[in-house]
Design a protein around this ligand. Structure first.
Ligand SMILES: C[S@@+](CC[C@H](N)C(=O)[O-])C[C@H]1O[C@@H](n2cnc3c(N)ncnc32)[C@H](O)[C@@H]1O
Length: 210
């Protein structure tokens, strides 16, 4: 009990400096500390793969599907650039924005159910995701797909976010899709992002260059 309270306190004290340091210079050690302080789900090698691209191209236009414990890190990493987040869980979005008002997050509705993923693959056109016009108008240098939820029945699944990532990224832009250990993510990546554009696969993260 005391151990977990002390860990929580240590995390909250180190969160700000650890995030700033890792965003400035994302070394393995800095990312390791930042990941621990923020309870980020991506592994250090997965974070490094994204950081390599962002640090060599920043400031950039970066679109992130999903807000989470990593949102502050992504927006700080892309300092001076434009970082926009798309989130379908309103309550969760409000919580993340309260923690970090600098997070530019927009609410979206997927209208899909993960159970329908096979049928969606057969359709020639699945309906577009309703996006804010400024998001649709931008050609994005980088897109990170880590949402919506897709780990249990009844959840929306990432069919639309993967498809939209392929459309919204600019030619030569980078798309990162997390949780590619799952069948749905792999199938939609193969269909819309295509194998020939897969640059690297690190752990559960696929990196495509469009
Ligand atoms: C897999 S999570 C992304 C996690 C993020 N990479 C991180 O490190 O925190 C993707 C989606 O799950 C949902 N989610 C994640 N954590 C949640 C929470 N604590 N409460 C509600 N929804 C959550 C949100 O809708 C979010 O867009």
């Amino acid at each position: 009990m005391i151990g977990s309270t002390a860990r929580k306190l240590a995390r909250s004290i180190s969160r700000g400096p650890a995030t700033s340091r890792a965003a400035r210079t994302p070394s393995r050690a800095a990312l390791s500390l930042c990941r621990w302080a923020n309870e980020i789900q991506l592994s250090v090698p997965e974070l490094l793969e994204v950081c390599d691209v962002v640090t060599s191209a920043r400031p950039m236009n970066l679109l992130v599907f999903g807000v989470g414990n990593d949102s502050t890190f992504w927006r700080c990493l892309n300092a001076g650039g434009r970082t926009v987040f798309l989130e379908d869980n309103e309550e969760w979005m409000r919580l993340v924005k309260k923690r970090d008002p600098g997070v530019d997050a927009r609410l979206v509705t997927y209208k899909t159910q993960i159970e329908d993923w096979r049928a969606g693959l057969l359709d020639t056109e699945i309906p577009d995701l309703d996006l804010p016009s400024d998001v649709r108008a931008q050609k994005w240098d980088g897109v990170i797909v880590d949402a919506p939820a897709g780990w249990a029945p009844g959840q929306p699944g990432r069919m639309k976010s993967i498809r939209e990532a392929a459309r919204l990224g600019r030619t030569g832009g980078h798309v990162f899709v997390h949780d590619c250990d799952r069948e749905v993510e792999r199938a939609y990546c193969d269909r819309y992002l295509r194998r020939e554009r897969l640059a690297r696969e690190i752990g559960r993260l696929r990196h495509y260059v469009l």
